[in-house]
Design a protein around this ligand. Structure first.
Ligand code: NDP
Ligand code: OXD
Length: 310
């Protein structure tokens, strides 16, 4: 019998096991650390596998990521490097990410944080809003999730720009690419939304140089990975008054350590890595469809290109 091993310190195990069993009735689902005989494990579905866990499964055929990002798997230096890694591509995850990005931008665009403070102080003070059609949302990363965010911002009437590694065309979106394209986009961006994968090339991309190119008052929304942000540079840009605010879902250290300046910063909104949840009843379908393709000898979808790192 085919065996799939599930490992995650953070996801709802019972919901996952139920959804996997429903979608893969012929596959035995095991939950680590109850691995059984490691030689019997054919597939692993993992979030943050401990170093050496995957290397200890001698007959593993493919690794499924319990995340759209795969940085948490690549962090295991002992992982069998020749095995395919499949990233999570799920419509509900995408929709949640878009919902969050829209919420974060609208929070600032409609001055909700300021009105909340006014309410606490019984202040009736109307702020004059920016004109949406002339307000640029610049999206770092216009892949599966970024492109969905772009479409939603476009539907709200924003002037939407996106940045990718290679040239792209998206309806109604001004697309930029490569290092030169980044500056072009940043100079016009009021709301910078990061939905990049974390790779060597994107690590620390939201640092001093990038932030300085944004117009004064710009807002940063990070739903990619904490490693995209150079925290000291972001804090300096906020404290120096250049940035209007930051809405952050992901952090260099998770959970965000106690006493970190982000916790109490008046210009920072934080959430505990929840922008997109992997809802088992939806995501299990994507895993099952790919696993069946593999069992049938067909090519799987959303296999990561390990050369480019995403
Ligand atoms: P995709 O692989 O579909 O898209 C990645 C995008 O990033 C592509 O447009 C790609 O460009 C672009 N990109 C990659 N490297 C570079 C670079 N060096 N320069 C410019 N652009 C680059 O990924 P997804 O949309 O599925 O996911 C994106 C990320 O979102 C995940 O990797 C994860 O980090 C994060 N995420 C966070 C969640 C959360 O809860 N906070 C939940 C889900 C995802 P190109 O089109 O040219 O290939
Ligand atoms: C993801 C995540 O990458 O949950 O999907 O962060």
């Amino acid at each position: 019998m085919t065996v799939l091993l599930f490992h995650s310190p953070d996801d709802p195990v019972e919901l996952w096991v139920g959804a996997l069993r429903e979608n893969l009735p012929d596959v035995e689902i095991r939950v680590s650390p109850e691995t059984g005989d490691p030689a019997e494990v054919d597939y692993a579905l993992v979030w943050k596998p401990p170093t050496g866990m995957l290397a200890g499964l001698p007959n593993l055929k493919a690794i499924f990521s319990l995340a759209a990002g795969i940085d948490h798997i690549l962090a295991d230096a002992e992982r069998p490097a020749d095995l395919p890694i499949v990233r999570m591509a799920d419509p509900y995850l995408r929709a949640m990410m878009t919902e969050y990005a829209v919420y974060a931008v609208l929070h600032y665009h409609r001055d909700m944080g300021d009105y909340r403070i006014d309410q606490a102080n019984e202040v009736w003070d109307r702020r004059w809003p920016l004109y949406t059609p002339e307000t640029v949302v610049g999206i770092l990363g216009i892949g599966a999730i970024g492109a969905d965010c772009a479409a939603a911002f476009r539907a709200l009437g924003f002037d939407v720009h996106g940045w990718s590694r290679t040239p792209k065309r998206l309806d109604g979106v001004t697309c930029h690419h490569g290092p030169d394209g980044l500056g072009e986009m940043l100079r016009q961006t009021r709301y910078l939304v990061c939905v990049l994968p974390l790779t060597e090339a994107t690590h620390g991309i939201i640092g001093k140089e990038t932030l300085a190119q944004l117009p004064a008052g710009a807002i940063v929304v990070n739903i990619g990975r904490g490693g995209h942000v150079v925290d000291d540079d972001l804090l300096a840009a906020l404290d120096g008054g250049h940035l209007g605010g930051a809405f952050l879902d992901v952090f260099n250290d998770e959970p965000l350590p106690g006493g970190h300046p982000y916790w109490r910063h008046p210009k920072v909104m934080i959430t505990p890595h929840v922008a997109g949840e992997l809802v088992p009843r939806s995501c299990a379908k994507a895993v099952a469809a790919n696993l069946r393709r593999h069992l049938a000898g067909e090519p799987m979808q959303n296999v990561v290109d390990l050369g480019r790192g995403y």
